[in-house]
Write a protein that binds this ligand. Structure first.
Ligand SMILES: Nc1ncnc2c1ncn2[C@@H]1O[C@H](COP(=O)(O)OP(=O)(O)OP(=O)(O)O)[C@@H](O)[C@H]1O
Ligand SMILES: [Mg+2]
Length: 419
């Protein structure tokens, strides 16, 4: 029997009266390779924080029987564990500045020493292709217990053999990699849809039958009333009236029985559809300039390294541009230059720039979600509330401190602040 490395028992976690996690029993064994998936804010990081001992449950307990490395999602600062200098060099992670370089530095630390367990929370967020490949290779040949939170399905497919799905406070275990999990989910969805249709059909059928019976009972009552009147005239129809009374009761009983059957039907919920995020865009001033941003002769350097040399680049109206390149090649620096209005960049005066910085979500000010947006816009309260609603912040979410938000929620909030 493989050793148990982590064990969770009777855990209940609540934040602001909302149930986040409820775990009767869950274990991680020596050779487990687990991918943790779920929506933003589902509780994935909370689960791993619990296991890593960063969060102590008020109810239930967690036992740890191993040493491990914990890669945190929203904090790229290094922990005080040792770091192998050769590996650091291999990963170009000496003197790191960019998000990708900081991540590489942390990965160098994670693989500098053999840990029996690795808890990795979204390690690929800032990595370029080469960085992801490095991580993939390391994990492929890693033989300790692996807990990996990731939205990168290819990585999950490569390195895990079990999926833990966090949804609605519960954890469901699926064996296989991400594709197996997806196939299983698709099947579940189909089965639920079929069961839902069957339930609806049966319910409608029974409801109709009950209504028919009721109608029949009604008819008998009417006929009865009629015949009562007639009875006064013709005293010899007593027998018939009596028999009608009895059959009316029988029909009534039958209708009631059908209603009972409807109540006993096991209700099946419809398959929940994911609500897409809508960017609530205010009507900005119309731009007429065909090239609102133009760069001539743009040279960018950073720490004595030339990142761009006399570049000539134009950003056209309605352009949607992806900026790609290895970690540390200067992508963020270029965006910074546009934002700060570098002397070689001409920006049409009407341009309004929304800016999302790579590491902005790591260190957020100490305020609530509501205050954050309110203090950064001139919009009315109802408008701000509607923007937040579109970004899937529920009512209680507004009073939350920014530091409490999950990684994905932070990004949603920063995006909402551009509206
Ligand atoms: N200290 C806290 N106070 C209040 N709410 C909190 C606190 N910590 C976490 N939460 C909330 O608990 C929920 C789960 O957070 P968690 O970070 O575990 O989500 P996640 O599944 O990792 O999401 P993501 O994919 O965005 O990283 C979120 O709604 C978050 O805002
Ligand atoms: Mg998270």
């Amino acid at each position: 029997m493989e050793n148990i490395f982590f064990e969770l028992k009777n855990i209940h976690i609540q934040f602001l009266d909302k149930d986040i996690l409820s775990i009767p029993h869950l274990t991680v064994h020596q050779f487990d390779r687990i991918g943790i998936v779920g929506k933003n804010g589902a509780g994935k990081s909370t689960l791993v924080k619990l296991i890593a001992g960063e969060l102590h449950p008020r109810q239930g307990n967690v036992t740890v029987h191993t040493d491990f490395y914990y890669f945190e999602q929203t904090n790229l600062a290094l922990s005080d564990q040792d770091i192998d200098v050769a590996l650091q060099h291999k990963l170009h992670a000496v003197d790191p500045h960019s998000g990708g370089e900081l991540t590489r530095q942390k990965l160098a630390q994670a693989f500098s020493h053999y840990y029996e367990a690795l808890l990795l929370d979204e390690p690929t967020t800032h990595l370029d292709k080469e960085g992801i490949r490095f991580l993939q290779d390391q994990l492929r040949y890693y033989y300790g217990a692996l807990l990996l939170i990731s939205h990168d399905r290819l990585l999950l497919d490569e390195v895990v053999t079990t999926i833990w799905e966090v949804d609605d406070g519960k954890i469901t275990v699926y064996s296989g990699n991400y594709s197996d999990y997806e196939a299983q989910k698709e099947l579940e969805k189909q089965q639920q849809q079929e069961a839902y249709e069957k339930y609806n059909k049966e319910k409608a059928h029974l409801e109709k039958a009950a209504a028919d019976k009721m109608k029949k009972a009604e008819k008998i009552t009417q006929a009865n009333n009629m015949s009562k009147k007639e009875t006064r005239a013709k005293a010899n129809r007593m027998f018939e009236t009596k028999s009608k009374g009895t059959s009316q009761k029988a029909v009534h009983r039958a209708a009631k029985a059908i209603e009972k059957r409807i109540e006993q039907l096991e209700p099946v919920e419809q398959v929940k559809k994911a609500v897409p995020i809508q960017f609530h865009q205010a009507k900005t001033l119309e731009l007429y300039n065909r090239f609102p941003i133009m760069m001539q002769n743009l040279t960018l350097t950073q720490h004595e390294k030339t990142l761009l040399k006399q570049a000539r680049l134009h950003i056209g109206l309605h352009d949607k541009i992806a900026l790609t390149g290895p970690n540390g090649s200067g992508k963020s620096t270029l965006l910074q230059a546009i934002l700060l209005g570098h002397e070689s960049i001409e920006i049409s005066p009407k341009v309004k720039i929304g800016f999302f910085t790579q590491l902005a979500y790591e260190k957020l000010p100490d305020e609530t979600v509501w205050h954050f947006l309110k203090s950064r816009s001139d919009y009315s309260d109802p408008f701000i509330r509607s923007v937040l609603h579109h970004m899937q912040f529920e009512h209680t979410g507004l009073q939350k401190q920014l530091s409490a938000l999950s990684g994905g929620e932070r990004i949603r909030l920063l995006l909402a602040s551009f509206s």
